[in-house]
Ligand binder design. Structure first.
Ligand SMILES: *Cc1c(COP(=O)(O)O)cnc(C)c1O
Length: 373
């Protein structure tokens, strides 16, 4: 056996994104104990910076020690009680997973379906809220990475509250890539991921719970079915001021990486990061359109950090993606589900969202198309 040296790639898929060298260096620093006062001080900074990234004052804002899928599960495990009716808006892969979580925690899922590539329809959600006055939660994906569609989180949350529901929002791909304002939009529970627009390594899920969510959690009649994700226990570990109780061993070096990514986000400024993603999206869009490609999602609902385009007619999906990887060290995403074989998902997330990547991607595609002619 020998040391593993991965190839150096440019990551323009649906995540992970390119990890900035500063973050990789931070992760190589010496491991210390997870109850060491120095570590606890760093964790407090991480929590404060996550509040900034989410634009919230929520005290219960912290990193879950596991990937985005575990952040999703944290929200459903803590907020769904057996018998709860939950309206789940599905317009791609991740909405489906939310429904799966509802069912597994004993809830009753009411599905509001939109076509892949479309934003969640506020009208359909309102109809479902009218038809289900006993619903307690509305769940939807802000940025559907399987299709590249962005939904209007502010409007959907307002509707949910008009009908006395709390909201669970998937912001795995939106956090730090496009406008997201947890407090202003009154999002009650939200989760994200470290490896998309925060450009850190995979494996951490920032979450935030507001007052309504905490109230639902504290009024539970049954214990949270997951021990590891039970926020009552996790908070005794991550909570401010109190004496920290051992819950699990935090992934110490991974959190150094998250900390560094948040330092970089505060240096750049959140709104500047959103603006950079938009600017680079427009530049990539111009390049792809000049190669004859068109977008799956209609203008206005497109995610700047995930560009889903139709594969031009007569072009071999697998050949192009393997040539990109083998000859250009460039990864782009394949289509999922109903869009498999029909689209590419080209990510411009976090540190991947920069000019040289756009040039590499468009010029590589041009060369491959030309040589196949
Ligand atoms: C990537 C992603 C997830 C899952 O995150 P993992 O870190 O892969 O577990 C969930 N929701 C959305 C919208 C995503 O893009």
């Amino acid at each position: 056996m020998r040391s593993f040296n991965p190839p150096v790639r440019t990551l323009m898929g649906p995540g992970p994104a390119d990890v900035h060298p500063r973050i990789l260096q931070a992760m190589a620093r010496p491991t210390i104990g997870h109850l060491d006062p120095a570590f606890i001080g760093m964790m407090d900074e991480v929590k404060d910076a996550l509040k900034y990234a989410f634009q919230t004052e929520n005290e219960l804002t912290m990193p879950v020690s596991a990937p985005g899928s575990a952040g999703m599960e944290t929200c459903f495990a803590n907020l769904v009680e057996p018998g709860d009716k939950v309206i789940v808006c599905i317009n791609g892969v991740f909405g489906n997973r939310m429904k799966e979580n509802v069912v597994r925690f004993g809830g009753e899922a009411v599905v509001v379906e939109d076509s892949w590539g479309e934003a969640v329809s506020a009208d359909k959600l309102e109809q479902a809220l009218k038809d289900n006055p006993d619903a307690k939660i509305v769940a939807f994906v802000h940025a559907e990475t399987s299709t590249g569609a962005q939904s209007d989180a502010k409007t959907l949350c307002k509707l949910a509250h008009d009908y006395d529901c709390i909201t669970i929002v998937d912001a795995v791909t939106s956090l730090a890539g496009s406008e997201l304002r947890v407090d202003e939009w009154e999002i009650d529970a939200i989760y994200s991921g470290s490896q998309k627009c925060l450009s850190a390594m995979p494996g951490i899920s920032p979450i935030s719970f507001g007052e309504r969510a905490i109230k639902k959690l504290s009024n539970r009649k049954t214990p949270v079915a997951s021990w590891f994700l039970d926020l009552n226990l996790v908070m005794a570990y991550w909570g401010e001021g109190k004496k920290r109780a051992y819950h699990h061993t935090a992934p110490v070096n991974t959190l150094y990486g998250l900390h560094e990514s948040l330092v970089m986000l505060t240096e750049e400024g959140l709104e500047n990061a959103w603006a950079r993603h938009t600017k680079n999206h427009l530049e990539l869009k111009a390049g792809l359109e000049s190669l004859g490609m068109s977008f799956v999602v209609k203008e206005g609902d497109r995610l700047p950090q995930l560009n889903t385009v139709w594969i031009p007619e007569g072009v071999d999906d697998a050949m192009v993606r393997s040539t990109l990887l083998n000859d250009y060290n460039l990864e782009v995403g394949a289509g999922l589900g109903a869009l498999a074989g029909k689209v590419w998902r080209i990510g411009l997330m976090g540190y991947s969202s920069r000019k040289e990547n756009i040039i590499l991607c468009t010029s590589a595609l041009k060369e491959i198309f030309d040589s196949a002619k």
